[in-house]
Design a protein around this ligand. Structure first.
Ligand code: PEP
Ligand code: MG
Length: 576
């Protein structure tokens, strides 16, 4: 019996037979790489159009055979995003081919390579993990161009545990329809679409196991514990019995949580909490209904800029925001203006010659103020949509009254120029230490604030965003971060200003309880996390947790805070 310790990226327990999947060695075909003449371009375009049509059809088929309910909505959102990507990528491949005069496979490979490199440089885990989707779509299109085989070549055995270097999002959906019970990989973070889908589909997944495809042989019997991030190979009978007991307990609590999914999010003593969604693409609004969320608390709009070789026009952006607002009906949509700058530069700016380009050194709102034209186009598109929908505008990385007042002036000017009747409510992200010391100035100007615990934690604790997974010292549970949140909540309450928390920590059930104890009443999160947050909050005694939160503010370490909360026994075994 061997035991491998990795990171649990989707909770739950499953046992089954290992099927080893190595894309690089068994499924990737070498593709022809050659220069072409201008007269060959039309034929290459035809080949690409065929690959697009096949990819499109395949994605539709996968969607049609997806299950029902919540997991279907989550899968559909990913597949819809892939369908868009197929077309976007094809357009870029045609441009590349025309410019470089190389064949379609080489053009596709280069376009995907460039896009992936761009995304991998991003600090934001959510956006960085989207590079997986680009490779996923690229792989699908390449398969149709080269005729490479698709995994699996035949039916999967019952109770399959996939052991792979990496499993891409659409493979996760397809394999879930074919008998997959657990996923064991080297690569893949908790914010990847693969992890999000695995959680939604109830498939336990363990990642971070380097060299796992050579450590586990095909046919080995495995126990996968997605809670602890543990994989046991060829278990002893006592280990297997212990595992079965844990699995049964887990399944009972999952059933209880699922049953609460559509119940109001109210604590035992009647405190109402609004649960909202964080989305990064319009298609993701499909997840709002099944998870019974009150609207979108954070629409990250960077994708439009990072995936484009030219600045997206007002019209293009308007269509995207309007489509998202329409899908939400009368639920609110908080659109955050692009959070770019530093190493997060859209290709159309990154390709400018080096030289004096001041915005390169700026981030968030100050980057937007320096890239005035680009900012104006986005404001105009949002203001137009806000004329007929409940749309609110949120600025990232605000540091004080100066940058915020310049942003407000830009909105006012756009409202005047458009002769718009309604100025959307304006919000400021509180995610820099500077903003904590400029709360009064910010609250003077903002209609609402949203606390970004991802950045706030990294900047306050001098850490980086990935460290939160690795070191307990670096998390939002740190008392200093809690005191910062408290400060924002108190200052906002004094002015009757709504406060939302939209960092990832808001989607951790036990941290969400702590936030409620601190006085937060709006939480915005990745939709699949909502069920366990709702469950925990419905069990919560608001007065008791407020007392605990007060004690937490006086703790000296995140570990001490966790211990305090553990006494409350909030969420049982199930974590999102
Ligand atoms: C945050 O920093 O917490 C946040 C929500 O913004 P993003 O993750 O997009 O940086
Ligand atoms: Mg942020």
């Amino acid at each position: 019996m061997d035991c491998l310790e990795g990171i649990g990226i989707s909770p739950g327990y499953a046992e089954g037979v290992a099927v080893v999947y190595d894309y690089e060695t068994d499924y990737r075909l070498e593709f022809p790489d050659r220069d072409i003449s201008a007269s060959e371009i039309a034929a290459e375009h035809n080949r690409l159009d065929d690959a697009v049509a096949h990819s499109h059809r395949e994605l539709q088929q996968v969607e049609q055979s997806a299950g029902t309910s919540t997991s279907r909505a989550d899968s559909s959102a990913v597949l819809a995003a892939h369908t868009h990507l197929v077309h976007d990528i094809a357009a870029k491949v045609k441009q590349y081919m025309g410019r470089e005069l190389v064949n379609v496979e080489q053009s596709l490979d280069s376009v995907i390579g460039e896009a992936v490199e761009q995304m991998c440089q991003l600090e934001n885990d959510y956006l960085r993990e989207r590079e997986q989707d680009i490779r996923d779509v690229g792989r699908r299109m390449m398969r149709h161009l080269t005729g490479a085989p698709q995994f699996p070549r035949g039916p999967l055995p019952a109770q399959t545990v996939i052991v792979a270097r990496e499993l891409l999002p659409s493979e996760t959906i397809e394999l879930s329809q074919a008998g997959l019970v657990a996923i064991v990989t080297e690569l893949g973070g908790k914010d990847s679409h693969t992890a999000i889908l695995a959680r939604s589909l109830g498939i336990p997944a363990v990642s971070g196991l380097f060299g796992v495809t050579s450590q586990i042989h095909a046919g080995a019997y495995l126990l996968v514990d997605g809670e602890a991030g543990r994989v046991t190979i060829a278990p002893s009978s006592s280990k297997a019995a212990e595992f079965t007991k844990s699995r049964e307990e887990y399944q009972r609590s999952v059933a209880v949580i699922a049953a609460d999914e559509t119940l109001p999010c109210v604590t035992r003593d009647g405190i109402e909490i609004s649960l909202l969604a964080n989305i990064g693409r319009p298609e993701e609004v499909e997840q709002i209904g099944p998870h019974d969320l009150s609207g979108v608390g954070l629409f990250r709009t960077e994708f439009m800029f990072l995936e484009s070789h030219k600045p997206p026009s007002v019209e293009t952006q308007y269509e995207i925001y309007a489509q998202t607002a329409k899908a939400l009906g009368d639920r609110p949509l908080v659109i955050r203006t692009f959070d770019l700058g530093g190493d997060k530069l859209p290709p159309f700016l990154a390709s400018l010659p080096l030289g004096p380009h001041p915005s390169r050194h700026l981030r968030g709102l100050r980057f937007s103020l320096a890239e005035q034209r680009l900012f104006e186009t986005q404001l105009r598109a949002i203001i137009r949509v806000a004329q007929s929908a409940d749309v609110q505008l949120l600025f990232p990385m605000v540091i004080g009254g100066d940058d915020l007042s310049r942003a407000v002036a830009a909105v006012d000017q756009a409202v005047d120029e458009l002769r718009a009747l309604r100025r959307p409510p304006l919000g400021a992200m509180i995610e820099t230490p500077a903003a904590l010391f400029a709360l009064e100035e910010i609250l003077e100007l903002a209609d609402f604030v949203s606390i970004g615990t991802n950045d706030l934690t990294q900047f306050m604790l001098a850490t980086d965003r990935d460290a939160a997974d690795l070191a307990d010292e670096c998390t939002s549970w740190h008392p200093a971060v809690l005191r910062a949140i408290q400060r924002v909540v108190d200052a906002a309450a004094a002015r009757n200003c709504p406060v939302c928390v939209c960092g990832e920590a808001a989607g951790e059930a036990d941290f969400a309880c702590l936030l409620v104890g601190l006085g937060v009443r709006e939480l915005s999160m990745t939709p699949v996390r909502a069920a366990s947050v709702r469950y925990a909050l419905r069990k919560l005694d608001g007065a008791a947790v407020q007392e605990l939160a007060n004690q937490a503010l006086r703790c000296v370490s995140p570990q001490e805070v966790r211990q305090l909360l553990a006494h409350l026994c909030l969420t049982g075994k199930v974590r999102p």
